[in-house]
Design a protein around this ligand. Structure first.
Ligand SMILES: O=C(O)CCC(=O)C(=O)O
Length: 275
């Protein structure tokens, strides 16, 4: 059931993003944080590098978020009722690290065509200006895809350090979220995020993205789940939902999915980054 008001849908269409949307309580968000810390403790490298992608394929906790009816209701307003979960990424900024995200457009290197898709970013911790929340350049989604410099900076949390130059910081808006709140953003909106200057971790779980069943992957292969509706296009291979943490078969599926995703991310690139 679509759940956004007309004003919210207009806001998304005009600004290129929408926030905040209440999804989880703070306690529920804390449970998700505990799941991350449990995985990090027991499988130390599992969420590192390329492993920050597709965690929903090995963890029922993250799988449940992707299929959360509140999120899907909001997403349905934007891309229609036939919805696939295409991928997920954990964006973790630890306080002792210099991680940032350069200004970029998601649609530039991901190969998902047409742009009937939306990225949902769930705050697992509070996200604010001090700890490096996302900043959006409102209305920039109405323009074409821009040239991106490929910087490969080791502190950049993006694959190639892809960067749109000369974005006026004072024209960007911080997306301030409490733990458990969600933002939705458009494939072409220019956005990024700065350093975490606080003493706590800043954690975001991005479902990147929810795609309409009519969306193809023109650069490679993706593994999807049907989240809602019917898939009459059948462009992509479907994968099952995990029922236990780190099941052997799910680990294999995730490895395969990540290998294919890496080919997409670095398609046409001379260099490979760490994610
Ligand atoms: O987590 C961040 O700071 C940036 C995430 C991002 O660029 C995205 O989800 O598209």
């Amino acid at each position: 059931m679509p759940n956004l008001s007309k004003e919210q849908i207009n806001q998304y269409q005009e600004d290129g993003y929408l926030a905040p949307i209440n999804v989880l309580s703070r306690d529920e968000a804390d449970e998700v944080k505990n799941e991350i810390e449990y995985i990090e403790k027991n499988w130390p490298n599992e969420l590192e590098g390329l492993g920050r992608n597709y965690v929903h394929l090995i963890s029922p906790v993250f799988d449940k978020i992707c299929h959360n009816p509140k999120i899907l209701d909001a997403v349905e307003n934007i891309i229609g009722k036939n919805i696939l979960v295409c991928g997920t990424t954990l964006f973790i900024k630890n306080p002792d690290k210099k991680g940032f995200v350069s200004f970029h457009q998601d649609a530039k290197y991901i190969g998902l065509e047409p742009h009937n898709w939306v990225t949902a970013w769930l705050a697992i911790t509070d996200a604010n200006e001090e700890n490096g929340c996302m900043r959006m350049w409102k209305g920039s989604h109405k323009e074409d895809l821009k040239f991106h410099n490929q910087m490969f900076d080791e502190n950049n949390l993006l694959t190639r350090g892809q960067t749109v130059d000369n974005v006026p910081l004072d024209e960007t808006t911080p997306v301030i979220l409490k733990a458990g709140q969600l933002s939705l953003h458009h494939p072409k909106i220019i956005h990024g995020s700065g350093l975490n200057k606080s003493n706590e971790r800043r954690i975001g779980f991005a479902i990147q993205s929810y795609i309409g069943t009519n969306v193809d992957e023109v650069l490679g292969k993706i593994y999807v789940q049907l989240a809602r509706g019917d898939d009459t296009f059948k462009y992509h291979e479907k994968v099952s939902r995990p029922t236990e943490l780190m099941n052997d078969n799910d680990i294999k599926t995730r490895k395969k999915a990540n290998e294919e995703l890496s080919k997409i991310f670095y398609s046409g690139s001379e260099k490979i980054g760490k994610y």
